[in-house]
Design a protein around this ligand. Structure first.
Ligand SMILES: NC(=O)c1ccc[n+]([C@@H]2O[C@H](COP(=O)([O-])OP(=O)(O)OC[C@H]3O[C@@H](n4cnc5c(N)ncnc54)[C@H](OP(=O)(O)O)[C@@H]3O)[C@@H](O)[C@H]2O)c1
Length: 317
């Protein structure tokens, strides 16, 4: 089989194309491209060519599949579009880097005399809420790192290296910003009752968040395909992205207990980000829901009813 590899502008990436056996997989093609271009398979995005002017999304080639699956009929030729995604890092590395910053930076403001470098000369009295905030904060980021390595089953192996810098800038700067104000010598603590309500509620939400991640983990088999399924049970029966809801509420708990402008700004930004992601994930799961319904109807021989359903609700099957 001859595979022609072109860039998105139509320029040939591998001169003369690549010749592979008929049983070759997409992974074999990626290896062959790697030999010719020195671009690692993880940074290669291969798609099928789409008609010029078409608004359809190009089909992304799955590395596990055979190239034959992407040829029309018995065709002996295939044209694929190659995009260089740039240097990549594993998802675990990305998450580890972004969470390690706040985990290490926050205690620096609590334990070390950093405020003297900001012009504060007086004696520093540490309030109990500042100590509990330190424990709460470190527990949160340690939990996230442990979940990254032992709970989450990611669908994508890698992420662009540039995301490490972007995400670290977000987490490290917000972490330092909040730590600076919560640990400040002039910090005014909230009442004991407010602190207990805040941390109590926050811990409950952190435990719920962990349980949500266990539910998400169980939607995928250990070495299986990525894929998305509709999470069920616990808070997922009420809200699509219960993991984000509990994440937002646990930050609310932290802010009720510590009450800083910096903490509330972070809460607003994080809520904005997670709300957008939640809407996108909800839309994706609605598609999964429709396909599951369509397949079940097909399986039980109720196609006519399904066609009626799709016409009635203007769904494109
Ligand atoms: N403070 C903030 O600004 C902020 C922002 C975002 C997230 N977070 C926290 O970080 C956690 C991780 O966030 P995330 O957005 O990377 O991941 P996520 O959406 O919470 O998902 C966690 C894991 O579950 C998988 N998953 C999600 N939905 C699934 C489904 N329907 N079927 C099968 N598997 C599914 C994900 O797979 P994929 O690899 O396919 O995604 C991922 O491996 C969040 O839950 C939240 O606690 C905090």
């Amino acid at each position: 089989m001859k595979v022609t590899v072109v860039s998105r502008s139509g320029r040939e990436v591998v001169k003369g194309g690549i010749h592979l056996s008929d049983s070759a997989t997409v992974a074999d093609l990626q290896e062959a491209i790697h030999k010719q271009t020195k671009k690692q398979p993880s940074r290669q995005r291969l798609t099928l060519a789409v008609q010029p002017g078409s608004k359809e999304r190009p089909v992304v080639l799955n590395y596990k599949k055979s190239l034959k699956d992407y040829t029309s009929g018995n065709s002996e030729t295939l044209t694929v579009v190659f995009k260089d995604l740039g240097p990549q890092v594993s998802y675990r590395t990305l998450f580890f880097c972004e969470y390690l910053g706040p985990l290490l930076l926050y205690p620096v403001f609590y334990y070390f005399p950093v405020y003297q470098y900001f012009g504060y000369q007086g004696e520093r009295v540490i309030h109990s809420v500042q100590t509990y905030a330190l424990y709460y904060w470190c527990f949160h980021y340690a939990k996230r790192i442990l979940e990254t390595f032992f709970v989450h089953r990611f669908s994508h192996a890698t992420s662009p290296l540039s995301n490490v810098f972007r995400n670290c800038a977000y987490y490290w700067s917000f972490g330092s910003y909040i730590a600076y104000y919560v640990n400040h010598p002039l910090y005014t603590p909230v009442s004991d009752l407010q602190m207990k309500i805040g941390f109590g509620f926050g811990i409950l939400c952190q435990i719920s968040n962990f349980y949500c991640h266990i539910i998400l983990k169980n939607l995928r088999s250990p070495g299986g395909e990525g894929g998305y399924q509709i999470p069920k049970g616990f808070l997922f029966n009420i809200v699509t992205c219960a993991n984000y809801t509990t994440e937002i509420y646990q930050w609310l708990g932290f802010n009720i207990a510590t009450q800083t402008v910096a903490g509330y700004i972070f809460l607003v930004v994080a809520t904005f980000i997670m709300t957008n992601w939640a809407f996108a994930k909800h839309r994706r799961l609605k598609k999964v829901c429709f396909l599951t319904f369509y397949n079940s109807v097909h399986q039980y021989g109720l196609q006519e009813k399904c066609i009626h359903f799709t016409t009635k609700f203007s769904c494109k099957g």
